[in-house]
Write a protein that binds this ligand. Structure first.
Ligand code: PMP
Length: 413
């Protein structure tokens, strides 16, 4: 991880909130309390303005035009790539592939990096993965006969490292793990896991969808091969995300989608593919999304990810203590290293009922299996209610959550 240089003023959450127009919305007559940040986050004005301004001043297709607007749009697009590279501390912007989101990034790696895998080759994941880091490997299992291995988690929701190590083998082609769990909040000890994977000669993909909004990430310090994230969980637009890949690997990988922009020349006899990263970006990309992602990266960098992490950690500790006082409430995910996610059940109340009653109070939380059904199965439940914190949440909002849950208790008394 990159050492944080903190020369900024104290974190002023009141001022931060002013940057997010939606936070002044009222829901059912109550002030919105948005605690569903792990699903998607709200957008600061800078992001909204950049996207609006793109359509008002720059809109045109990129990379192919010689006209003024196309050149400006191309420059803005590639400047965002450079920004994303700096954000992850990648060695070169060509290691940044723009994709739809973490899901598409993982599918790209499965289809392209996995193109040469044979029956019996192995991919190692953990029991706390999001479905998007399970199903792409199952598709390869069904079509190619690869083996999917799963490292177990303990009751706290921490990966059992001895088992993880035991499951590595000379056949392990890839270790693909969440940096942070969306269902439990567990921050995986990825540095250690990467070292173990390297020892077995396996490549490593980190699913950073829940990590980049909450902690500083340095792909070179981590020495992972691939890193995936989604813009929309990082206060940026939907439909845009990043796959970081080491240049040496991306160069060797075959394209996974064919079309415009990913080629240098095409004839019916022979097509020459474009250089990386364009080789992986077939067709007109989500230009407006990329242009909206850049100010989102600036926004979190400006606040400082270490400061954001500290703020969210305070909320997590405060909320964990307060929720633990509620009779019949059980928290799932008590890892020692945890991001701002609180998954819980309330005895005798279906999680969907919790969500519906809280909604009446203006509180937005998530209920269900959180696209992590194996996690639910691990604890013998079908669903949880989940509050997840973002950089604009406050202690009074946690108090509102606690008051709402007390109301749920009364309704079901
Ligand atoms: N991985 C994790 C850990 C996630 O939380 C999510 C989104 N909930 C994803 C992957 C998939 O992200 P997206 O739907 O933006 O592609």
């Amino acid at each position: 991880m990159r050492a944080a240089v903190e020369t900024r003023p104290a974190y002023d959450v009141r001022k931060v909130r002013e940057d997010f127009p939606i936070l002044s919305t009222r829901v059912h007559g109550k002030p919105l309390v948005y605690l569903d940040n792990a699903a998607t986050s709200q957008k600061p004005r800078a992001v909204i303005d950049a996207m609006r301004s793109y359509y008002e001043t720059l809109n045109s297709n990129i990379h192919r035009g010689v006209h003024h607007l196309s050149e400006l749009a191309t420059r803005a697009f590639e400047a965002a790539r450079l920004k994303a590279a700096r954000f992850l501390n990648a060695a070169d912007p060509k290691e940044i592939v723009f994709v739809r989101g973490a899901t598409e990034a993982i599918n790209l790696v499965a289809q392209s990096f996995g193109a040469g895998w044979k029956a019996g080759d192995e991919v190692l994941v953990t029991h706390l993965e999001h479905h998007s880091n399970i199903v792409p490997w199952q598709i390869l299992r069904d079509t190619r006969g690869i083996v999917l291995r799963v490292a177990p988690i303990d009751d706290r929701g921490e990966v059992v490292l001895e088992e993880f190590e035991r499951l590595l083998s000379p056949r392990t082609k890839l270790v693909s793990v969440a940096h942070v769990s969306n269902a439990l909040g567990t921050v995986n000890p990825v540095q250690r896991m990467i070292k173990l994977a390297r020892g077995a000669g396996a490549a490593v993909l980190l699913d950073g969808a829940q990590a980049v909004p909450h902690l500083p990430v340095d792909v070179r310090a981590l020495d992972c091969d691939f890193y995936a994230f989604s813009g929309h969980k990082l206060y940026g637009p939907t439909g845009i995300g990043v796959l970081y890949g080491k240049a040496a690997l991306l160069e060797k990988m075959p394209p996974w989608q064919g079309g415009g922009d990913m080629i240098l020349s095409v004839s019916f006899e022979k097509t020459v593919y474009n250089r990386i990263p364009h080789k992986f970006e077939a067709g007109t990309p989500h230009i407006e999304g990329v242009i909206g992602l850049a100010p989102a990266l600036d926004y979190v960098t400006g606040l400082g990810l270490a400061a954001i992490a500290a703020h969210e950690h305070d909320l997590l500790v405060y909320a964990t203590a307060a929720l633990s006082e509620i009779q019949g409430l059980r928290i799932y995910g008590t890892a020692r290293d945890k991001a701002g996610v609180l998954s819980f059940t309330l005895e005798g109340v279906h999680p969907h009922d919790i969500g519906t009653i809280l909604d009446q109070e203006g509180l937005a939380i998530r209920t269900g299996h959180h696209c992590a059904q194996p996690v639910m199965e691990r604890y013998g439940i079908a669903a949880t209610a989940r509050a997840s914190f973002g950089l604009y949440n406050t202690r009074p909002e946690v108090d509102a959550l606690v008051a709402g849950l007390r109301r749920v208790r009364e309704v079901f008394a």
